[in-house]
Write a protein that binds this ligand. Structure first.
Ligand code: SAM
Length: 344
């Protein structure tokens, strides 16, 4: 099989046996994080990808070229915390050298906790970063510390003031809704986001990671929407079926401008049937689903000199085996496994 760029129609695509076509690559660049959010990374986490197994910027660029030759158009950098990679600018630069089947560079986005972003913002944008999602679950410094086990709220709050006008719009602020306290904080988070011109998105807790097998009942999208409707005037927005969030326009209020909010209902209304994602871990393993326990290793063949064609064949086979939905994966969400390992 040839994976050189050619006419889009005849080019190979990352299709699974249910007919879904991947266009969006979630690229984890590290499994390490500077926070220890109780639901994501246990405080005592001590097993990390060995440094020599982390993909280098050149390797990440090469694998992105393979992915783009298979129909990927969007690359979202995640982790772990991507800003912990001192070579993140070089990684973006390398990815910008790859071209989609239409001959365009990929749309490159970053998901981050924003720690350390201030000093790197300009270089990331200059390297080709196009969009950014910031993860922030609370505006209360004490709750931030209780959730993330690190006292970094003031720094994050300061960075957020630098983002308007950075060229990364639309900037999205993502908050995991964990419990009643999160539900209560929703109006403040929405107003905070809208006043800065950000979109705000609520993420339903997914039963994966350290709290994945807990019996606690977590808020559902319906609870989140009910809370939003108590405080805001919402009008639904027609949404692309592959997009994870249902979205609403928020009318301007006396203390906030108009804007857009979204709710990602991964659990109560999974979007598996339209999922267009493929995932690559920081050590070069393709996971076709966030909840997958199986993977296809690309690092070993890459370092043994495999051609782009060979790597493409491996990626196609990995994606073909994508499960119909994450609920079909036996053992998914087990306690020892977290989004920070595979790339959230
Ligand atoms: N460190 C980066 C960040 O903070 O955005 C990227 C990685 S982090 C794993 C990506 C997102 O996954 C964060 O928004 C985090 O809150 C979310 N996340 C982690 N575990 C989750 C879970 N069990 N349910 C829902 N979201 C989760």
């Amino acid at each position: 099989m040839c994976v050189e760029s050619g006419g889009e129609e005849s080019s190979p695509r990352l299709v699974d046996r249910w007919g879904r076509v991947a266009a969006d690559l979630r690229l984890s660049v590290t499994d390490r994080c500077n926070l220890r959010c109780s639901y994501c990374l246990p405080e005592d986490a001590d097993t990390w990808i060995p440094r020599q197994d982390l993909l280098t910027p050149a390797e990440l660029g090469r694998l992105c070229q393979v992915a783009l030759s298979l129909g990927i158009r969007k690359v979202r950098l995640t982790g772990g915390e991507p800003l912990l990679r001192p070579d993140l600018t070089e990684i973006i630069h390398q990815i910008r050298q790859a071209f989609t089947q239409s001959g365009l560079p990929a749309d490159i986005a970053l998901t981050t906790n924003a720690i350390g972003l201030a000093s790197r913002l300009d270089s990331l944008v200059n390297a080709g970063l196009g969009r950014i999602n910031i993860s922030l679950d609370t505006l209360d410094p004490d709750r931030y510390f209780a959730l993330a086990k690190r006292d970094r709220f003031p720094e994050v709050a300061a960075v957020l003031e630098k983002l308007p006008g950075s060229g990364l719009e639309p900037i999205k602020l993502n908050s995991v809704i964990l419990d009643q306290q999160s539900l209560e904080e929703i109006p403040d988070l929405v107003r905070f986001a809208l006043r800065r011109g950000f979109q705000w998105r609520a993420i339903e807790f997914m039963p994966i990671g350290p709290l994945g097998d807990s019996a606690v009942t977590r808020p559902h999208a319906s609870d989140i929407l009910a809370r939003l409707q108590e405080c805001f005037s919402l009008t639904p927005i027609e949404t692309d079926p592959a997009a994870p969030a249902r979205r609403w326009n928020v009318a301007a209020g006396s203390d906030h401008p108009a804007g857009i909010i979204g709710v990602i209902a991964s659990e109560s209304a999974p979007f598996c049937a339209t999922c267009d994602r493929t995932r690559l871990s920081a050590d070069g393993k393709v996971y076709s689903c966030l909840f997958s326990l199986s993977f296809v290793d690309l690092l070993t063949p890459l370092r043994q000199g495999a051609s782009n064609d060979k790597l493409a064949q491996l990626w196609l086979a990995a994606q073909a085996a994508k499960p119909a939905g994450h609920r079909e994966i036996a053992g998914a969400g087990r306690r020892t496994y977290s989004l920070s390992q595979i790339g959230g």
